[in-house]
Design a binder for this molecule. Structure first.
Ligand code: 13P
Ligand code: SF4
Length: 348
């Protein structure tokens, strides 16, 4: 039963004591995140992982790339455990290291040494390592504007991967027009959405996207506005350009949480992000109206793979000194990926 699962999870957690830290991303289910010692968005969780020096094991309730980041930022001896190895991220899977090597050749032929690669943390350790080796860095949805500013202070152009939407939305916000952005299609091996000569392009976007956030549409926004003109629309920057432009506000998961928490009593919000977070915000703010932007549920299926049975199995295995589902990045990849992550963490 659920009560039995809760009791056993808590018991295993108690047995492990300070040897264990459980981290949970904001998109995790309520019944899992309630056991987390730390919760946060991907930037906060990376910073928290970096500070863990006592815990022997970190059980990461999130997706694979986040656990990889935690492994890279912790010591050799510390173990990072992902309760279900199938908890990946479809966006991270859209940038493959071989495709990036090929794209980079095309980019170097076109632009020489004028491009800095930036990868959203929603990418594999191999992609982060490539970026680290080429002088670039990582970003999250929280610090993307600061990171792009940093990049443009170094090079004329940026290759942004894997999320074209976060890249386009952030660059546009900084004042770069769409006519200076081109999209690289790694499957076809060609440029798309080119509106001008190639030498005019400053933001080279990888053709990747989040399958959850691209389900939000401008029609949904229009319907809310017709039904309830008081509703304020806030969306994650992984949504498409049109959706972000039509919304009242946009930002990372932490930004959305803060904006709603700080809004006046009685405020009304329609939120374009993962359903677990939206439902939690609605429960935490009974004095406000918090609704999902779309009429249909928008779960991140891979985030939701981490459920109580998987968490229990990971914790009981650890308590019995069995190492299961360790996420381990090989040392050469980790070294360069850490170079990229450390650069990001140093950008204010
Ligand atoms: P945050 O950087 O806002 O935590 O987002 C991570 C993510 O995967 C959003 O889909
Ligand atoms: Fe990946 Fe989208 Fe899920 Fe975030 S919400 S983990 S980007 S698939």
């Amino acid at each position: 039963s659920d009560a039995e699962l809760d009791r056993r999870i808590q018991a295993a957690k108690d047995r492990l004591g300070s040897d264990l830290v459980i981290m949970g991303h904001h998109y995790q289910r309520d019944d899992v995140i309630r056991f987390a010692d730390y919760t946060g968005d991907s930037l906060e969780l990376a910073r928290i992982a970096q500070r863990q020096r006592d815990a022997k094991a970190i059980v990461f309730c999130g997706v694979h790339f986040m656990a990889e980041t935690a492994d890279i930022l912790t010591t050799e001896e510390q173990q990072v455990i992902l309760p279900d190895m199938k908890a990946g991220c479809s966006m991270a899977d859209m940038a493959d290291i071989d495709e990036l090597e090929e794209a980079w050749e095309v980019i170097e032929d076109l632009y020489g040494d004028t491009v800095l690669p930036i990868t959203y943390v929603n990418s594999t350790a191999a992609i982060k390592a490539f970026v680290g080796r080429h002088g670039g860095t990582t970003c999250t949805s929280t610090n993307a504007p600061g990171v792009l500013k940093w990049a443009f202070s170094r090079k004329k152009r940026v290759l942004f991967l894997p999320d074209q939407h976060l890249g386009r939305n952030t660059a546009f916000e900084m004042g770069i027009p769409l006519s200076e952005m081109a999209v690289w299609n790694p499957v076809a091996g060609e440029w798309e959405e080119v509106d001008g000569p190639m030498d005019q392009m400053r933001v080279l976007l990888w053709k990747g996207h989040c399958s959850v956030h691209t389900k939000f549409t401008t029609d949904q926004i229009r319907r809310w506005r017709e039904k309830d003109p008081e509703m304020r629309i806030i969306v994650h920057p992984e949504c498409t350009f049109d959706v972000v432009q039509a919304a009242d506000d946009s930002g990372s998961t932490s930004y959305i949480i803060r904006r709603i928490a700080e809004s006046a009593q009685g405020s009304r919000w329609a939120v374009g992000t993962e359903i677990n977070l939206v439902q939690r915000l609605a429960k935490q703010h009974p004095d406000k109206t918090v609704k999902l932007l779309s009429e249909t549920m928008c779960p991140c299926l891979t985030m939701n793979r981490i459920d109580r049975p998987h968490l229990l199995w990971a914790l009981e295995s650890l308590a019995e000194k069995q190492l299961v589902n360790q996420v381990r990045v090989d040392s050469e990849t980790a070294r360069w990926a850490k170079t990229a992550l450390d650069r990001m963490l140093a950008i204010k």
